[in-house]
Ligand binder design. Structure first.
Ligand code: NIG
Ligand code: FE
Length: 402
């Protein structure tokens, strides 16, 4: 296989070349093996500043002052985790124990975390967030989205987003996680708050707006009103859709051109068709099915229909307390009908698509130099060797951070 270098341009002598890469995932189908992964064997990546400036065969790497030997390991783009809920306090060990003794997962468990989060100081929330971000980074995640949704008052939602915005550009306003316990008797008034004063306070910190469209949370009409109000304020929609049962979430996501419909566990043929014929990504979150003992989302069905699939952690203390994308990849391959190549693509380029980003999730000239070195000869080992910490180096914006 040849690695065209047409997109490569003059490389400064001061750049850094990572050479002797056994297999490099570029996610550019014009490169290497011309599959969606654009896999190059015996490869090199050259980084200048925070960008990739050259990729190709190691033997053809331009001469640079700095060379790093990957030692025959695999290199992949940093994971793009497009769905997490990391601004929270406390945990839900008791609820998990009860579930593993046979109880069902219910949206109402969110209230436990809301109480703990409201009671926490800004410093506690920030410390908790950075702890899970560091954990994710050590497992190869270089871009992540995170949400509010455990405050459910104007002040608590706004502070969650302010704290999140100090750590990522991908911030999502999820005031509509569940109806606030303070409005249990008047859900309509809570929807008015979410689309009114709370939205005004939160919009400056967020890029996205999300709704948990589900029994026990918000119905289709409430979700439509909330997402439409967000759009007016410049927030783009994404939707928690069809997680616990069939429902209107996926169709609503497509109707509103949401960047992503997340969960997609219970889908009709019409839902699958709607996703396949849209630019809304189906984001699958196998950590949630694992931790709630629910049926797996059917990735194979979505892929065969032509939908774009992303794979993310949904890291949160209730339904999916894992920050590990490699774990999710292993589940998706074992139980959701994905090939190792598809799962790797979905956890990198797929996550980028779910965030409508083209600068991350790929390793090609011009992309952000976010990459992971695996202690393995190829990315396939992420599913083949589940639970093994294969991430040995992480580079973010051209700097080695792990
Ligand atoms: O994505 N489904 C809604 N929200 C989260 C769960 C939140 C929680 O249980 O605390 C999810 O699974
Ligand atoms: Fe979620």
């Amino acid at each position: 296989s040849s690695a065209p270098t047409s997109a490569n341009s003059a490389v400064a002598k001061t750049a850094t070349a990572i050479v002797n890469i056994a297999s490099l995932v570029t996610n550019d189908p014009s490169l290497g093996d011309h599959t969606p992964l654009g896999l190059i064997q015996d490869a090199a990546v050259v980084i200048d500043g925070d960008r990739v400036v050259w990729v190709g065969e190691s033997s053809k790497a331009p001469a640079t002052d700095n060379r790093v030997d990957a030692g025959g390991r695999a290199v992949i783009p940093g994971f793009v985790d497009s769905h997490s809920h990391l601004v929270f306090a406390g945990d839900r060990t008791a609820e998990f124990n009860a579930r593993m003794s046979g109880e069902a997962y219910k949206a109402g468990g969110i209230r436990t975390t809301v109480a703990a989060t409201r009671a926490a100081s800004d410093e506690d929330l920030e410390r908790n967030l950075t702890r899970y971000l560091d954990e994710a980074l050590r497992q190869g995640t270089t871009t992540f989205e995170t949400k509010s949704g455990y405050g459910l008052t104007v002040e608590d939602e706004a502070r969650a987003l302010r704290i999140a915005a100090a750590h990522t550009d991908e911030v999502t306003y999820l005031g509509a996680h569940i109806v606030s316990p303070d409005y249990a008797d008047d859900p309509a008034a809570y929807v008015d708050l979410v689309t009114g004063g709370m939205l005004d306070a939160c919009a400056p910190y967020a890029r996205w707006i999300d709704v948990f469209c589900e029994k026990g949370a918000f119905d289709g009409d409430q979700a439509r009103a909330i997402l439409a109000a967000g759009k007016v304020k410049g927030l783009h929609p994404r939707v928690h859709a069809n997680q616990l049962t069939y429902g209107p979430g996926v169709q609503l996501a497509v109707e509103l051109d949401a960047a992503s419909a997340d969960h997609c566990t219970h889908l009709t043929d019409e839902d699958v068709d709607a996703l396949a014929n849209s630019s809304t990504v189906a984001t699958l979150l196998p950590g949630a099915e694992f931790s709630t003992r629910a049926q797996w989302p059917n990735a194979r069905r979505l892929l065969d229909a032509g939908a774009t699939v992303a794979l993310s952690t949904d890291c949160n203390p209730g339904s999916s307390f894992t920050s590990s994308v490699p774990f999710c990849i292993a589940l998706a391959v074992r139980d959701m009908g994905m090939t190792p190549n598809e799962a790797l693509w979905s956890a990198t380029a797929g996550g980028a698509a779910a965030l409508r980003r083209t600068d991350v999730g790929r390793l090609t000239p011009g992309a952000r130099a976010d990459l992971t070195v695996l202690d393995a000869p190829s990315h396939v080992h992420l599913a083949y060797r589940p639970g093994v910490p294969l991430v040995t180096e992480v580079w973010r914006k051209g700097v080695r951070v792990v």
